[in-house]
Design a protein around this ligand. Sequence first.
Ligand code: FE2
Ligand code: FE2
Length: 391
Amino acid sequence: MNYEMSSAAQTEARSASVEDDVRVHWQGVAGRRSFLKGLGLAGAAVLPGSALFASEAMAKSSSSITKGDVAILRLLAAAELIEADLWQQYDELGGVNGGNPAYMAALTNIDSDMPTYIHLNNEDEQSHAAFLNAYLESKGAEPVNLDAFRTLPSSKANGARQIGRLTSLTSLDVDTSWYTRYRSSTNADFGAKFPQAFEIHNQPAIPINDTDTPPNTTAPLPPTTPAERRIQAIACTAAFHFGYIEQGGSSLYATLAEKVTNLEVLRIVTSIGGAEAMHFSTWQDDAGNAANAPIAPVTDPLTGLTIPNLDAHPDEQLFQANLIFPHPCEFISSKLPHCAVVRPTLDRNGGAQAAIKSFTADRLFEGQSSRFFTTVMKLAEQADAAQRRVS
Ligand SMILES: [Fe+2]
Ligand SMILES: [Fe+2]
Protein backbone atom coordinates (compact mmCIF):
# COMPACT_ATOMS: atom_id res chain seq x y z
CA MET A 1 0.00 0.00 0.00
CA ASN A 2 1.32 3.40 -0.92
CA TYR A 3 0.98 5.94 1.85
CA GLU A 4 2.90 8.67 -0.03
CA MET A 5 0.81 11.78 -0.83
CA SER A 6 1.97 15.27 -1.74
CA SER A 7 1.11 17.98 0.80
CA ALA A 8 -1.16 19.64 -1.80
CA ALA A 9 -2.96 16.34 -2.37
CA GLN A 10 -3.26 15.85 1.41
CA THR A 11 -4.78 19.30 1.84
CA GLU A 12 -7.20 18.66 -1.02
CA ALA A 13 -8.12 15.25 0.39
CA ARG A 14 -8.69 16.73 3.86
CA SER A 15 -11.00 19.52 2.67
CA ALA A 16 -12.84 17.07 0.39
CA SER A 17 -13.18 14.72 3.35
CA VAL A 18 -14.73 17.42 5.54
CA GLU A 19 -17.11 18.37 2.71
CA ASP A 20 -18.04 14.73 2.22
CA ASP A 21 -18.72 14.38 5.91
CA VAL A 22 -21.06 17.38 5.93
CA ARG A 23 -22.80 16.15 2.75
CA VAL A 24 -23.34 12.63 4.13
CA HIS A 25 -24.66 14.03 7.40
CA TRP A 26 -27.03 16.36 5.53
CA GLN A 27 -28.23 13.52 3.31
CA GLY A 28 -28.98 11.53 6.44
CA VAL A 29 -31.06 14.39 7.85
CA ALA A 30 -32.81 14.99 4.52
CA GLY A 31 -33.45 11.27 4.08
CA ARG A 32 -35.10 11.02 7.48
CA ARG A 33 -37.28 14.05 6.74
CA SER A 34 -38.45 12.70 3.39
CA PHE A 35 -39.20 9.35 5.04
CA LEU A 36 -41.44 11.09 7.58
CA LYS A 37 -43.03 13.19 4.84
CA GLY A 38 -43.82 10.02 2.90
CA LEU A 39 -45.73 8.77 5.90
CA GLY A 40 -47.65 12.04 6.12
CA LEU A 41 -45.68 12.88 9.26
CA ALA A 42 -43.74 15.92 8.09
CA GLY A 43 -42.90 18.15 11.03
CA ALA A 44 -41.48 15.50 13.32
CA ALA A 45 -41.21 18.00 16.16
CA VAL A 46 -44.99 17.87 16.69
CA LEU A 47 -45.10 14.06 16.88
CA PRO A 48 -45.87 12.59 20.30
CA GLY A 49 -42.96 10.52 21.63
CA SER A 50 -44.58 7.13 21.03
CA ALA A 51 -45.32 7.94 17.36
CA LEU A 52 -41.74 9.06 16.86
CA PHE A 53 -40.42 5.80 18.29
CA ALA A 54 -42.86 3.83 16.16
CA SER A 55 -41.71 5.54 12.98
CA GLU A 56 -38.07 4.92 13.86
CA ALA A 57 -38.79 1.29 14.58
CA MET A 58 -40.40 0.96 11.16
CA ALA A 59 -37.34 2.49 9.54
CA LYS A 60 -35.02 0.16 11.42
CA SER A 61 -36.98 -2.97 10.63
CA SER A 62 -37.04 -2.25 6.91
CA SER A 63 -36.40 -5.56 5.15
CA SER A 64 -34.96 -3.88 2.05
CA ILE A 65 -31.32 -4.69 1.58
CA THR A 66 -29.36 -3.19 -1.26
CA LYS A 67 -27.00 -4.93 -3.66
CA GLY A 68 -24.17 -3.00 -1.99
CA ASP A 69 -25.21 -4.22 1.46
CA VAL A 70 -25.21 -7.81 0.19
CA ALA A 71 -21.73 -7.32 -1.28
CA ILE A 72 -20.45 -5.96 2.05
CA LEU A 73 -21.98 -8.82 4.03
CA ARG A 74 -20.65 -11.44 1.60
CA LEU A 75 -17.09 -10.08 1.81
CA LEU A 76 -17.36 -9.96 5.60
CA ALA A 77 -18.64 -13.56 5.63
CA ALA A 78 -15.58 -14.59 3.57
CA ALA A 79 -13.26 -12.66 5.90
CA GLU A 80 -14.87 -14.35 8.91
CA LEU A 81 -14.51 -17.81 7.35
CA ILE A 82 -10.82 -17.01 6.89
CA GLU A 83 -10.54 -15.74 10.48
CA ALA A 84 -12.46 -18.75 11.77
CA ASP A 85 -10.10 -21.10 9.92
CA LEU A 86 -6.93 -19.60 11.37
CA TRP A 87 -8.34 -19.24 14.89
CA GLN A 88 -9.49 -22.87 14.76
CA GLN A 89 -5.88 -23.91 14.15
CA TYR A 90 -4.63 -21.77 17.04
CA ASP A 91 -7.37 -23.16 19.28
CA GLU A 92 -6.63 -26.82 18.49
CA LEU A 93 -2.99 -26.39 19.51
CA GLY A 94 -2.96 -23.57 22.05
CA GLY A 95 -6.54 -23.01 23.24
CA VAL A 96 -7.60 -23.87 26.77
CA ASN A 97 -8.82 -27.27 25.53
CA GLY A 98 -5.88 -27.54 23.16
CA GLY A 99 -3.69 -30.52 22.59
CA ASN A 100 -0.16 -29.18 22.55
CA PRO A 101 1.12 -28.70 26.12
CA ALA A 102 4.50 -27.18 25.13
CA TYR A 103 2.85 -24.54 22.92
CA MET A 104 0.25 -23.83 25.61
CA ALA A 105 2.99 -23.44 28.21
CA ALA A 106 4.87 -20.95 26.02
CA LEU A 107 1.63 -19.00 25.45
CA THR A 108 0.96 -19.05 29.19
CA ASN A 109 4.36 -17.42 29.74
CA ILE A 110 2.97 -14.44 27.82
CA ASP A 111 -0.35 -14.33 29.70
CA SER A 112 -1.71 -17.03 31.98
CA ASP A 113 -5.15 -16.49 30.39
CA MET A 114 -3.89 -16.66 26.81
CA PRO A 115 -5.15 -20.23 26.09
CA THR A 116 -8.61 -19.18 27.34
CA TYR A 117 -8.60 -16.03 25.21
CA ILE A 118 -7.56 -18.03 22.13
CA HIS A 119 -10.45 -20.42 22.64
CA LEU A 120 -12.95 -17.59 23.13
CA ASN A 121 -11.63 -15.65 20.12
CA ASN A 122 -12.11 -18.78 18.00
CA GLU A 123 -15.68 -19.17 19.26
CA ASP A 124 -16.39 -15.54 18.35
CA GLU A 125 -15.08 -15.94 14.80
CA GLN A 126 -17.11 -19.11 14.24
CA SER A 127 -20.20 -17.19 15.44
CA HIS A 128 -19.46 -14.24 13.13
CA ALA A 129 -19.13 -16.46 10.06
CA ALA A 130 -22.24 -18.51 10.86
CA PHE A 131 -24.34 -15.43 11.67
CA LEU A 132 -23.40 -13.48 8.54
CA ASN A 133 -24.14 -16.41 6.25
CA ALA A 134 -27.43 -17.17 8.01
CA TYR A 135 -28.43 -13.49 7.78
CA LEU A 136 -27.64 -13.42 4.07
CA GLU A 137 -29.80 -16.49 3.56
CA SER A 138 -32.63 -14.96 5.60
CA LYS A 139 -32.63 -12.06 3.12
CA GLY A 140 -32.66 -14.36 0.10
CA ALA A 141 -29.01 -13.63 -0.68
CA GLU A 142 -26.37 -16.22 -1.46
CA PRO A 143 -24.16 -17.18 1.51
CA VAL A 144 -20.40 -17.62 1.08
CA ASN A 145 -18.90 -21.10 1.02
CA LEU A 146 -15.11 -21.49 0.81
CA ASP A 147 -15.06 -25.25 1.53
CA ALA A 148 -13.61 -26.03 -1.90
CA PHE A 149 -10.47 -24.15 -0.85
CA ARG A 150 -9.85 -26.06 2.38
CA THR A 151 -6.83 -27.69 0.82
CA LEU A 152 -3.81 -26.51 2.83
CA PRO A 153 -2.09 -28.97 5.18
CA SER A 154 -2.46 -28.97 8.96
CA SER A 155 0.39 -28.73 11.42
CA LYS A 156 1.79 -32.18 12.20
CA ALA A 157 2.30 -31.26 15.85
CA ASN A 158 0.44 -33.07 18.60
CA GLY A 159 -3.08 -31.63 18.96
CA ALA A 160 -3.75 -30.49 15.40
CA ARG A 161 -6.57 -32.23 13.55
CA GLN A 162 -5.48 -33.56 10.18
CA ILE A 163 -7.98 -31.72 7.95
CA GLY A 164 -7.69 -29.32 5.02
CA ARG A 165 -7.27 -25.64 5.88
CA LEU A 166 -7.95 -22.32 4.17
CA THR A 167 -4.94 -20.63 5.76
CA SER A 168 -1.33 -21.39 6.55
CA LEU A 169 0.32 -20.33 9.82
CA THR A 170 3.71 -21.94 9.34
CA SER A 171 5.73 -19.39 7.32
CA LEU A 172 4.32 -15.95 8.08
CA ASP A 173 5.62 -12.50 7.24
CA VAL A 174 3.83 -10.61 10.01
CA ASP A 175 3.41 -6.87 9.47
CA THR A 176 4.00 -5.46 12.97
CA SER A 177 3.54 -1.80 12.00
CA TRP A 178 0.09 -1.82 13.67
CA TYR A 179 1.99 -1.70 16.98
CA THR A 180 3.59 1.68 16.22
CA ARG A 181 0.56 2.93 14.24
CA TYR A 182 -1.68 2.72 17.30
CA ARG A 183 0.94 4.47 19.44
CA SER A 184 1.39 7.31 16.95
CA SER A 185 -0.39 10.67 16.67
CA THR A 186 -0.35 10.37 12.86
CA ASN A 187 -2.80 8.44 10.69
CA ALA A 188 -2.28 6.29 7.56
CA ASP A 189 -5.39 7.93 6.08
CA PHE A 190 -3.38 11.18 6.00
CA GLY A 191 -0.44 9.46 4.31
CA ALA A 192 1.54 8.52 7.41
CA LYS A 193 3.84 5.49 7.44
CA PHE A 194 4.86 3.50 10.49
CA PRO A 195 7.95 1.47 11.35
CA GLN A 196 7.75 -2.22 12.13
CA ALA A 197 7.86 -2.99 15.87
CA PHE A 198 10.39 -5.60 14.71
CA GLU A 199 10.77 -7.79 11.63
CA ILE A 200 9.00 -11.18 11.39
CA HIS A 201 9.74 -13.08 8.17
CA ASN A 202 9.10 -16.70 7.24
CA GLN A 203 8.30 -17.60 10.83
CA PRO A 204 5.79 -20.17 12.15
CA ALA A 205 3.13 -18.99 14.58
CA ILE A 206 2.18 -22.58 15.51
CA PRO A 207 4.48 -25.57 16.05
CA ILE A 208 5.02 -27.26 12.68
CA ASN A 209 5.59 -30.73 14.14
CA ASP A 210 6.58 -32.43 17.38
CA THR A 211 10.22 -31.51 16.85
CA ASP A 212 9.11 -27.97 17.73
CA THR A 213 7.64 -29.06 21.05
CA PRO A 214 10.14 -29.90 23.80
CA PRO A 215 9.37 -32.95 25.95
CA ASN A 216 8.88 -30.95 29.14
CA THR A 217 5.52 -29.23 29.31
CA THR A 218 6.58 -26.28 31.44
CA ALA A 219 8.28 -23.58 29.42
CA PRO A 220 10.79 -22.01 31.82
CA LEU A 221 11.39 -18.27 32.03
CA PRO A 222 13.58 -17.07 30.58
CA PRO A 223 13.71 -19.77 27.86
CA THR A 224 17.24 -21.10 27.71
CA THR A 225 17.66 -24.33 25.72
CA PRO A 226 17.34 -24.20 21.91
CA ALA A 227 14.04 -26.13 22.10
CA GLU A 228 12.62 -23.75 24.71
CA ARG A 229 13.67 -20.68 22.71
CA ARG A 230 12.16 -22.14 19.53
CA ILE A 231 8.68 -22.76 21.00
CA GLN A 232 8.73 -19.42 22.86
CA ALA A 233 9.58 -17.52 19.66
CA ILE A 234 6.72 -19.34 17.91
CA ALA A 235 4.30 -18.32 20.70
CA CYS A 236 5.54 -14.71 20.62
CA THR A 237 5.04 -14.62 16.84
CA ALA A 238 1.46 -15.81 17.42
CA ALA A 239 0.88 -12.95 19.88
CA PHE A 240 1.87 -10.40 17.24
CA HIS A 241 -0.11 -12.24 14.57
CA PHE A 242 -3.24 -12.09 16.75
CA GLY A 243 -2.85 -8.30 17.01
CA TYR A 244 -2.23 -8.01 13.29
CA ILE A 245 -5.35 -10.03 12.36
CA GLU A 246 -7.70 -8.28 14.75
CA GLN A 247 -6.57 -4.72 14.02
CA GLY A 248 -7.20 -5.55 10.34
CA GLY A 249 -10.71 -6.72 11.18
CA SER A 250 -11.36 -3.58 13.23
CA SER A 251 -10.40 -1.31 10.31
CA LEU A 252 -12.26 -3.44 7.76
CA TYR A 253 -15.59 -3.24 9.60
CA ALA A 254 -15.21 0.50 10.33
CA THR A 255 -14.36 1.18 6.67
CA LEU A 256 -17.22 -0.86 5.23
CA ALA A 257 -19.74 0.61 7.69
CA GLU A 258 -19.39 3.90 5.82
CA LYS A 259 -20.92 2.26 2.70
CA VAL A 260 -23.90 0.51 4.30
CA THR A 261 -27.44 1.70 3.44
CA ASN A 262 -29.83 -0.48 5.45
CA LEU A 263 -29.99 0.36 9.18
CA GLU A 264 -30.16 -3.27 10.24
CA VAL A 265 -27.07 -4.08 8.18
CA LEU A 266 -25.35 -1.07 9.74
CA ARG A 267 -26.24 -2.46 13.17
CA ILE A 268 -24.66 -5.80 12.22
CA VAL A 269 -21.49 -4.24 10.81
CA THR A 270 -20.90 -1.86 13.72
CA SER A 271 -21.74 -4.49 16.34
CA ILE A 272 -19.42 -7.19 14.97
CA GLY A 273 -16.81 -4.51 14.25
CA GLY A 274 -16.87 -3.55 17.93
CA ALA A 275 -16.14 -7.17 18.87
CA GLU A 276 -13.13 -7.17 16.51
CA ALA A 277 -11.79 -4.06 18.26
CA MET A 278 -12.24 -5.79 21.64
CA HIS A 279 -10.21 -8.74 20.34
CA PHE A 280 -7.53 -6.38 19.08
CA SER A 281 -7.29 -4.57 22.39
CA THR A 282 -6.62 -7.81 24.26
CA TRP A 283 -3.99 -8.97 21.81
CA GLN A 284 -2.37 -5.56 21.83
CA ASP A 285 -1.79 -6.11 25.56
CA ASP A 286 -0.43 -9.63 25.09
CA ALA A 287 1.88 -8.57 22.25
CA GLY A 288 3.38 -6.09 24.70
CA ASN A 289 3.96 -8.95 27.14
CA ALA A 290 5.50 -11.13 24.41
CA ALA A 291 8.13 -8.54 23.49
CA ASN A 292 9.16 -7.73 27.02
CA ALA A 293 11.18 -9.09 29.96
CA PRO A 294 11.39 -11.82 31.19
CA ILE A 295 10.51 -13.49 27.86
CA ALA A 296 12.30 -11.15 25.49
CA PRO A 297 14.75 -10.84 24.01
CA VAL A 298 14.52 -14.38 22.69
CA THR A 299 15.90 -15.78 19.44
CA ASP A 300 14.53 -18.73 17.47
CA PRO A 301 17.57 -20.97 16.88
CA LEU A 302 16.14 -22.31 13.59
CA THR A 303 14.88 -19.15 11.85
CA GLY A 304 17.08 -16.58 13.59
CA LEU A 305 14.03 -14.45 14.46
CA THR A 306 14.69 -12.31 17.52
CA ILE A 307 11.78 -11.01 19.58
CA PRO A 308 13.27 -7.85 21.14
CA ASN A 309 12.45 -6.23 24.45
CA LEU A 310 10.45 -3.28 23.10
CA ASP A 311 10.49 -1.51 26.46
CA ALA A 312 14.24 -1.09 25.94
CA HIS A 313 13.64 0.87 22.71
CA PRO A 314 14.71 4.54 23.02
CA ASP A 315 11.47 5.78 21.37
CA GLU A 316 9.09 5.21 24.28
CA GLN A 317 6.07 6.78 22.57
CA LEU A 318 6.09 4.36 19.64
CA PHE A 319 7.35 1.21 21.37
CA GLN A 320 6.44 1.17 25.07
CA ALA A 321 4.64 -2.10 25.72
CA ASN A 322 1.83 -0.96 28.02
CA LEU A 323 0.54 1.86 25.78
CA ILE A 324 -2.22 -0.45 24.63
CA PHE A 325 -5.09 1.95 23.93
CA PRO A 326 -5.35 3.89 20.64
CA HIS A 327 -3.28 7.03 21.06
CA PRO A 328 -5.21 10.13 19.88
CA CYS A 329 -4.29 10.90 16.28
CA GLU A 330 -5.30 13.11 13.38
CA PHE A 331 -8.76 12.18 12.16
CA ILE A 332 -11.14 13.55 9.48
CA SER A 333 -9.42 16.96 9.30
CA SER A 334 -6.06 18.30 10.42
CA LYS A 335 -7.98 21.33 11.70
CA LEU A 336 -9.80 19.18 14.26
CA PRO A 337 -8.34 17.99 17.58
CA HIS A 338 -6.66 14.58 17.70
CA CYS A 339 -8.98 11.71 18.52
CA ALA A 340 -8.49 8.14 19.85
CA VAL A 341 -9.98 5.98 17.08
CA VAL A 342 -9.75 2.77 15.08
CA ARG A 343 -7.61 3.52 12.05
CA PRO A 344 -7.19 3.48 9.08
CA THR A 345 -10.78 3.76 7.83
CA LEU A 346 -10.40 4.83 4.20
CA ASP A 347 -10.76 2.31 1.35
CA ARG A 348 -7.21 2.49 0.15
CA ASN A 349 -5.82 1.57 3.57
CA GLY A 350 -8.58 -0.26 5.43
CA GLY A 351 -11.00 -1.44 2.72
CA ALA A 352 -11.78 -4.97 1.57
CA GLN A 353 -9.17 -5.18 -1.19
CA ALA A 354 -6.53 -3.63 1.08
CA ALA A 355 -7.35 -6.25 3.73
CA ILE A 356 -7.11 -9.20 1.34
CA LYS A 357 -3.86 -7.87 -0.13
CA SER A 358 -2.47 -7.48 3.38
CA PHE A 359 -3.48 -11.04 4.33
CA THR A 360 -1.75 -12.25 1.15
CA ALA A 361 1.43 -10.32 2.03
CA ASP A 362 1.20 -11.94 5.48
CA ARG A 363 1.58 -15.28 3.60
CA LEU A 364 -1.63 -16.42 5.25
CA PHE A 365 -2.72 -17.97 1.94
CA GLU A 366 0.63 -19.62 1.10
CA GLY A 367 -0.14 -22.57 -1.21
CA GLN A 368 -3.68 -21.48 -2.15
CA SER A 369 -4.89 -21.81 -5.76
CA SER A 370 -5.24 -18.85 -8.12
CA ARG A 371 -8.99 -19.55 -8.13
CA PHE A 372 -9.08 -18.80 -4.40
CA PHE A 373 -7.47 -15.39 -4.93
CA THR A 374 -9.82 -14.64 -7.83
CA THR A 375 -12.86 -15.60 -5.77
CA VAL A 376 -11.91 -13.63 -2.68
CA MET A 377 -10.67 -10.55 -4.55
CA LYS A 378 -13.91 -10.43 -6.55
CA LEU A 379 -15.88 -10.35 -3.29
CA ALA A 380 -13.54 -7.61 -2.03
CA GLU A 381 -13.94 -5.51 -5.20
CA GLN A 382 -17.73 -5.75 -4.97
CA ALA A 383 -17.70 -4.74 -1.30
CA ASP A 384 -15.42 -1.76 -1.93
CA ALA A 385 -17.67 -0.68 -4.81
CA ALA A 386 -20.76 -0.55 -2.54
CA GLN A 387 -22.21 2.92 -2.05
CA ARG A 388 -24.39 4.27 0.73
CA ARG A 389 -27.82 5.05 -0.73
CA VAL A 390 -29.75 7.65 1.19
CA SER A 391 -32.60 9.28 -0.70
FE1 FE2 B 1 -14.67 -11.87 13.38
FE1 FE2 C 1 -11.70 -11.21 14.88
